[in-house]
Ligand binder design. Structure first.
Ligand code: AMP
Ligand code: MG
Length: 327
């Protein structure tokens, strides 16, 4: 597994990212497993490499606030937080700009996007060299402890990253604090390395949200924070308006087809295909955009062809089952 001393590896790592491959890199919090956030197939590989059973949204890493402003809209409060804490271990969830070329898989189909500007010099150098927004969760297998050294990454992810940039042990070893900054009231979605007190001091007002501090930095954030699970808060999952029928082997009146592999005859109209060749990485990359497109036809029901439960199929089916149950 190619662990490369960071100062010698930045240029190659940037090239790997641009080519759609995964690169593990140090940040001041933990090591991240990065992919070009504009490339859906690259992002799908993150979920496959980590063995994540769900498509939870990922944090996009950019070099500075100017790059973040191209992806998301900032309220005055959000801008104050960015000015006070970036670069640093604070993630802001913001309204996504519709024109931003970020893969829908990054934000799991949501209209919001989580963004952070890391302070670590290696992360900064990589982001500037690549010239891309980089989606990166912690570089560990789903459910394992977040990695704070290049060796941890190697032990956990084996050959799944094209490259591991070694920048020594990470300074904080705790994940970034995640704030919902989409509205007027700032809400803490996940406690982390930037403290509530520091945030409240900048805002001059209390921050909403409880959060479970025991979760922070201990295990992988595959379970959404408590805030996201309670209704009325930020909507945690994209759900189509149409009904969703799974395991479809025929097309009924009022239905449009979401195909996987070769569609059955008679379903050529109003069709989206997750992957004509039956490739689960391609299917994951296309999932949210395809659901949106079919939903926009105004059809009553989206009929979904069977998708295998292996590999990324588990996360794809998880999302589809929740879409089907959501109505
Ligand atoms: P990780 O994947 O470990 O980097 O953690 C990312 C954290 O940010 C998780 O707690 C996600 O649920 C949260 N997150 C990312 N994007 C969003 C979003 N658009 N809305 C709400 N929470 C988000
Ligand atoms: Mg994690």
């Amino acid at each position: 597994m190619p662990i490369v001393e960071a100062s010698a590896g930045i240029v190659r790592a940037a090239t790997e990212l641009q080519a759609g491959r995964l690169v593990a890199f140090p940040t001041e919090t933990v090591y991240g497993l990065g992919a070009d956030a504009t490339n859906g197939r690259a992002v799908a590989q993150i979920f496959e490499a980590k063995g994540r059973p769900r498509f939870n949204p990922l944090i996009v890493h950019v070099a500075d606030r100017a790059a973040a402003e191209l992806i998301a809209r900032f309220t005055a409060k959000a801008r104050r937080l960015a000015e006070a804490f970036w670069p640093g271990p604070l993630t802001l969830v913001l309204p996504r700009r519709p024109e931003a070329r970020i893969s829908e898989l990054v934000s799991a189909g949501l209209d919001s996007i989580a963004i952070r500007v890391p302070a670590h010099p290696v992360a900064q150098a990589l982001l500037r060299a690549a010239g891309l927004p980089v989606a990166a969760p912690s570089a560990n297998v789903s459910g394992h402890v977040s990695p704070t050294t290049a060796r941890h990454v190697e032990a956990d992810l084996g050959a799944k990253a094209a490259m591991i940039l070694d920048g020594g042990p990470t300074e904080l070893g705790l994940e970034s604090t995640v704030l919902d900054a989409t509205g007027e009231r700032i809400v803490m979605l996940r406690p982390g390395a930037t403290t509530r007190e520091a945030i409240e001091a900048v805002l001059g007002e209390p921050v909403g949200g409880g959060g479970r501090s025991t979760e922070t930095g201990v295990a992988d954030a595959d379970v959404p924070p408590a805030q996201l699970r309670s209704p009325g808060q930020l909507e945690s999952h994209y759900a189509p308006r149409a009904r969703v029928r799974l395991g479809a082997t025929d097309l009924r009146p009022g239905e449009v087809l979401l195909a996987f592999g070769t569609p059955f005859p008679g379903a050529e109209e109003e069709l989206a295909n997750l992957s004509p060749s039956g490739d689960l990485i391609e299917a994951a990359a296309n999932l949210f955009a395809a659901l949106r497109r079919l939903d926009a036809t105004g059809a009553e029901t989206i009929a979904v062809m069977p998708i295998p439960e292996s590999g990324l199929g588990e996360a794809i089916n998880d999302r589809l089952r929740r879409a089907a149950a959501g109505r």
